[in-house]
Design a protein. Structure first.
Ligand code: A2P
Length: 300
């Protein structure tokens, strides 16, 4: 922590969302970190490593750990961009308000910077009622921006047609194996920013009872060769690929040395040749489920 007690200075540039809010382009993800790991990771990321953006979700089971990490970091609340997400079982108008209150309580804050619908699910009417609740939450000032996750272009077009407020962000699985060109193009057309989850290719635990899928990007020979040319690590190369593609990126690590390494990416640029080589890794391989097939936890 700095001598002033305000944490290390912010290292990431910001991106302005369609809500007018500025989000640090690089943040810390905490999916699959335990509650106590999360507390340490968040306190370190904010206090020592220069992060100002933390991304959690009700479903991660670590919002309380995020809250404790925020509190011990010494960084003022207003300097932090904090995101959480509404889980599938909480979709619905009243359920969304109730779930939001529970999240604020666990996080120990009176507002979040961004509140996201975690998955679209199959029930369009319920999705729209959920979005109406989020529109009221953002109007009340208790979320500064609202958005969605895992939306295919058809989901985005549905909300753009039927909602009153456009999502500020669509957070989707995105990495060189799954660069999501169609989603990026649909989002760009609407003015919705795209945020990458599992940006390093994910963990071996795919979650949701799926078979494990070992990370293949962090050991990919092409990524390793580019990393060698720049004197950087494969993770740093992957993070720069997201940044140079204009994506908002939230690599997860529970280890201080990796948390620090993952934000030490503002002193080099990938060349056009590097970017083209990484572009050849697109094989459509996913870590998670396809959003059109994901209905886990949907209310009856
Ligand atoms: P860990 O938390 O043990 O550090 P993603 O963000 O794509 O979901 O990927 C996160 C995975 O990559 C986690 O398994 C995380 O493990 C690992 N990871 C994060 N940063 C690095 C890094 N700099 N070097 C190697 N592995 C990393």
């Amino acid at each position: 922590m700095s001598e002033l007690g305000g944490g290390a200075p912010q290292k990431s540039p910001t991106v302005t969302l369609n809500s007018g809010a500025a989000i640090p382009q690089l943040g810390l993800g905490v999916w699959q970190a335990t509650d106590s790991e999360t507390e340490g990771a968040v306190a370190y990321a904010l206090g020592e490593a220069g992060y100002r953006h933390i991304d959690t979700a009700a479903a991660y089971g670590n919002e309380a750990g995020v809250g404790r990490g925020l509190a011990t970091s010494g960084v003022p609340r207003e300097d932090i961009f904090l995101t959480t997400k509404l889980w599938n079982s909480d979709q619905g108008y009243q359920r969304a308000f109730d779930a939001f209150d529970v999240s604020l309580d666990k996080l120990g804050v009176d507002y979040v910077d961004l509140y996201l619908i975690h998955w679209p699910l199959q029930d369009r009417d319920r999705l729209l009622r959920t979005w109406e609740a989020l529109e009221e939450i953002v109007a009340s000032g208790r979320a500064k921006s609202i958005g969605v996750c895992n939306f295919e272009p058809h989901h985005l077009e549905f909300l753009a047609d039927r909602g009153s407020i456009l999502p500020a962000i669509n957070q989707v699985e995105l990495h060189p194996h799954l660069p999501q060109h169609q989603i990026r193009s649909a989002a760009a057309g609407l003015g919705v920013a795209v945020q990458s989850w599992s940006p390093l290719g994910g963990t071996a635990n795919a979650g949701w009872g799926q078979d494990s899928k070992p990370n293949t990007l962090l050991t990919d020979p092409a990524i390793a060769a580019i990393a060698g040319r720049h004197g950087k690590s494969p993770a740093q190369v992957l993070i720069r690929w997201h940044l140079q593609n204009g994506l908002i990126v939230i690599p997860k690590s529970a280890h201080p040395e990796r948390i620090a390494q993952n934000i030490d990416v503002f002193d080099f640029d990938l060349t056009d040749v590097d970017l083209a080589e990484i572009g050849t890794l697109d094989d459509g391989a996913r870590v998670g489920l396809h959003p059109d097939e994901m209905n886990l936890g949907a209310p009856e």
